[in-house]
Design a protein around this ligand. Structure first.
Ligand SMILES: Cc1cc2nc3c(=O)[nH]c(=O)nc-3n(C[C@H](O)[C@H](O)[C@H](O)COP(=O)(O)OP(=O)(O)OC[C@H]3O[C@@H](n4cnc5c(N)ncnc54)[C@H](O)[C@@H]3O)c2cc1C
Length: 526
């Protein structure tokens, strides 16, 4: 059945980017419908009940990248977004209990004075470089060789922003941007705990180890998201990551967006080479002027559009996007706050990192190259209930952990190994919190294969596709199509698979809306 109402735009997926895109389009007067397959909005940025009364962040747990324009233009505070904690310190856990606490370039704990000074300097330097990249995140990437004044302006702005670094620092930027994080850290610092924790920052959510070329670039890119938008630093939303989604949905609804959950799209209907409608799993067809997909590029083009509508060159590029997810999520429901010797309650409210030295992280990565999970995984932990007791009943706590590396295509398959891997991850944490196992009343492990199935993300990948030199900026998702439009007229991308990639940033959704509105103004479809 074809439904009567024709929308100006239909957004596939009510993850945070889909909601951002919908809200910006509605703000500009467009009629917009969001259709989300799951019963809950938020995609990878939603909450999950992991045991009766225990609310955990399903995947994403730290808010540190949200674009300032998304926050302000969509009035997220007015729509209920509050932070339970901001500027979380990072605690580099040490097996002997000599933990280090890092925050804003400062270090608490015993490190050589020379390292403390060097890290302060390096931190400032990296932030300045990341700051130069920041303006690029909230803009439509220019076409390489593009003739329009907008393409030229964006390139000129990027050039200017790098020039503003000054001659010496620009040279330094060009030198380090191709380095691997391990070499840079070894050049500048000596303390293993410090270097381990920083090396993990460089590779979190990526398909890299600290010795992989390009890992400094991904680190800078991550810092770029934090650099300007990040007055709150690493933050935990009150009510969990799902509260960000709730605020975005409230903003979108207030702007007149229609939202349907539990509504999977079966296919994008292409007529005369143009996206004309979406067909739902229910069989209903919804006609529209534009289809905007926040599903990852492989899902969008290979499953929803279908190869018959795409030329072979484009198809080959889409098929080549690397989407092997390596980050698993472990959520634990605990009856009490775990005891980490050497850390008090306030410290447990920080971001705890298990990456005691660079070699540890690199060895963890090595396993993934051969389709194995890490024997000793690198782990990022938050305990949101230290700041927000509403997330667990009666004095209980939630421990949320990103565990690397767990390849999507595990040798022998995840069904045979999932419990062993979860035991393994718990044991790795229990090394620093000896009584942990006895406090667990519920446990949920999401491997990349689970994330692929439950969140409809190809490969279960954090960024919907690797962030690497050949898959970022003007080359994302594929060369020639980095401006959110696609070879199918009237079809756009607005999710993490497009520039600037993943993380709860909202920039892809915001930039895509700007692109669609510009096309409307110019009176063209693609
Ligand atoms: C384990 C893990 C930990 C992470 N931790 C952090 C973190 O701490 N901080 C951070 O900033 N980022 C983190 N990230 C990354 C971040 O969660 C994602 O990059 C981001 O949420 C992607 O948002 P999105 O809106 O682009 O896509 P998604 O969140 O993937 O949303 C896309 C939506 O589209 C829907 N959809 C797909 N196909 C269809 C269809 N056919 N019909 C209807 N709907 C459909 C999906 O159900 C989904 O809801 C993490 C990611 C992972 C995997």
């Amino acid at each position: 059945m074809t439904e009567d109402r024709k929308y100006g735009a239909i957004i596939i997926g009510g993850g945070h980017n889909g909601l951002v895109c919908a809200a910006f389009l509605a703000r500009a007067g467009q009629s917009v419908l969001v259709v989300e397959a799951a019963d809950q909005l938020g995609g990878a940025a939603r909450n999950a009940e992991i045991a009766p009364g225990y609310t955990a962040p399903a995947c994403a747990h730290i808010l540190h990248l949200l674009h300032p324009r998304v926050r302000s233009k969509l009035k997220l505070r007015r729509h209920g977004l509050k932070l339970a904690a901001r500027r979380l310190p990072t605690v580099a856990l040490d097996p002997d209990g000599n933990h280090l606490t890092l925050g804003g370039g400062r270090i608490a704990g015993t490190v050589p004075e020379e390292d403390a000074r060097s890290w302060r300097r390096l931190h400032k330097r990296l932030l300045r470089m990341a700051g130069a990249l920041h303006p690029f995140l909230g803009r439509i990437p220019p076409r390489l060789g593009g003739e329009s004044w907008q393409d030229r302006l964006t390139l000129a702005r990027l050039g200017l922003s790098l020039r503003m670094l000054g001659k010496a620092e620009m040279r330094d930027f060009l030198r380090i941007v191709n380095m691997n994080a391990a070499d840079l850290l070894d050049d500048e610092l000596s303390d293993d705990r410090l270097k381990g924790a920083l090396a993990f920052d460089a590779v979190l959510g990526t398909n890299f180890g600290p010795r992989s070329p390009g890992s400094v670039l991904t680190w800078l890119y991550r810092l770029a998201g934090e650099a300007k938008g990040g007055r709150s630093g690493l933050a935990l939303p009150a009510g969990g990551m799902g509260a960000v989604t709730d605020a975005l949905a409230a903003s979108a609804l207030d702007l007149g967006v229609d939202i349907r959950t539990g509504t999977p799209v079966r296919r994008i209907v292409v007529e005369d080479d143009r996206a004309a409608a979406v067909e739902l799993e229910s069989g209903n067809v919804l006609r529209t002027r534009a289809v905007v997909s926040s599903a990852d590029p492989k899902t969008t083009f290979l499953d929803l559009v279908g190869p018959e509508h795409l030329d072979t060159g484009f198809l080959r590029r889409v098929r080549s996007i690397r989407t092997n997810g390596l980050a698993a999520k472990l959520n634990l429901a605990l009856d009490e706050l775990p005891d980490f010797p050497g850390l008090d309650r306030a410290a447990l409210g920080g971001r705890l990192v298990i990456a005691p030295d660079i070699g540890y992280v690199e060895r963890a990565f090595d396993h993934s190259k051969y389709g194995e999970y890490s024997a000793e995984p690198a782990i990022e932990i938050t305990i949101p209930t230290v700041h927000d007791a509403s997330l667990a009943p009666g004095g209980g706590h939630v421990l949320s952990a990103v565990v690397q590396y767990a390849p999507r295509d595990l040798k022998g398959g995840w069904e045979a190994h999932r419990d062993a891997f979860a035991d393994h991850a718990v044991a790795a944490i229990a090394r620093y919190a000896p009584g942990l196992a006895g406090r667990i009343v519920g446990r949920q492990l999401l491997t990349p294969a689970d994330i692929e199935r439950d969140f409809r993300i190809a490969g279960g990948h954090w960024h919907h596709g690797d962030l690497a030199v050949d898959q970022m900026l003007m080359l994302r998702p594929v060369p020639g199509w980095a401006q959110y439009g696609t070879p199918v007229a009237g079809l756009y991308l607005c999710g993490a698979g497009a520039h600037p990639g993943g993380g709860v940033m909202g920039a892809a959704g915001m930039n895509a809306a700007q692109r669609i509105l510009a096309a409307r103004k110019a009176g063209n479809a693609a």
